[in-house]
Design a protein. Structure first.
Length: 347
């Protein structure tokens, strides 16, 4: 093993210890320092995880999906390492690997679970070949960083090795386009929400078929460009999901739904969080986790800080939400408006 590997590992760990003594979280700085010393540190550390690496990417829902899947896997007694706090660029990913590896470079888990920023994915995939890749959705986001949406889709598509199994959102035609010409593809989706409509007034991406360029026709809109669609110009259409939610009910901060006529519940609000749960469900299913552990992992999930987190303040209930782009904002507002109770909204 190269000397600089050991120097990077130890310096990164020492940096993490110092930051923690100073009361800092130290999620990215240790990885940044270690990565400067040994640029291929991610490759060298990730290769030690016996069950490989699973990545989660997309515009919205990466952190929640990552943590939902972690909840399921821990329920099933999987030994996992994951970037729980959402540090999803190279420095943060390196930091996660440092935390999940001993001073002697032995992994503390068998499976590495990473949420990855879309623009970071190509850099990561130069060092590792993920066993599974989950793609949640594609929406317009941070144009100064990502550019036009088709650029982001192409970036993700070109990054993922052929050997990687894909878990894709069947209801998003932009995400479905990633599966073209690939054999190892599995889909998740929603049959219908109570709020689904036959017409949509929302602005949406992915209006046109990625195969022939004709405008897509929708029989049902969920939100944004997500829904039940087909192309009149060719045979492109919403694929049949491997994992599909039906009988969706949202009540008192809990989403109830069925998969294969079996009941599940999720202690989160918002249609978008059902997609996060289904993405985690589908990935867990591909990893061979039984349905009872999936059910328990979803039911016992605790929301992350700021992501539909429920707090009590005096005699009132406080809900913290995080939004980063127009579609995410629309969905949070829709969730708020669905409540028929008086409330105060702070932006």
């Amino acid at each position: 093993m190269k000397l600089r590997f050991w120097i990077a590992l130890w310096v990164g760990k020492i940096t993490s210890l110092v930051l923690k003594l100073l009361g800092r979280r130290g999620t990215t700085m240790p990885g940044f320092v270690a990565g400067k010393i040994c640029p291929d540190l991610i490759q060298l550390l990730a290769a030690r995880f016996s069950e490989g690496t699973l990545v989660i990417t997309g515009t919205n829902g990466k952190t929640t999906t990552n943590n939902l899947l972690a909840s399921i896997l821990k329920t099933a007694d999987y030994e996992i390492a994951y970037n729980k706090e959402g540090a999803n660029m190279l420095a943060g990913i390196t930091g996660t690997l440092l935390q999940s590896t001993s001073w002697g470079a032995r992994p503390k888990a068998s499976l590495l679970l990473l949420e990855v920023d879309e623009r970071t994915l190509p850099l990561l995939c130069r060092q590792i070949s993920p066993r599974l890749a989950v793609v949640t959705n594609f929406f317009r986001d941070q144009l100064d960083r990502y550019g036009e949406l088709d650029t982001t889709v192409k970036l993700v598509q070109d990054s993922l090795p052929e050997s990687t199994e894909l878990i894709l959102n069947a209801d998003d035609p932009l995400v479905v386009s990633l599966g073209q010409g690939r054999k190892k593809v599995w889909y998740f989706g929603v049959k219908a929400f109570p709020s689904s409509q036959h017409q949509s007034t929302e602005s949406r991406e992915g209006r046109y078929c990625s195969h022939c360029g004709q405008e897509l026709k929708y029989s049902l809109f969920h939100y944004g460009q997500l829904g039940i669609y087909n192309c009149s110009g060719c045979d492109f259409s919403r694929p049949l999901p491997t994992i599909e939610a039906s009988q969706v009910i949202e009540d008192k901060g809990v989403i109830s739904f069925q998969v294969d006529q079996e009941a599940y519940c999720l202690p989160l609000q918002g249609s978008y969080n059902l997609y996060n749960a289904l993405a985690a469900f589908c990935a867990a299913d591909r990893l061979g986790i039984d349905r009872e552990n999936i059910r328990r992992g979803l039911k016992n999930f605790k929301a992350d800080a700021g992501r539909m987190e429920q707090l009590k303040l005096g005699g009132s209930r406080l809900t913290l939400t995080l939004v980063k782009n127009p579609t995410g904002f629309n969905q949070v507002l829709s969730t708020i408006l669905a409540s028929n109770k008086p409330l105060r909204l702070l932006l």
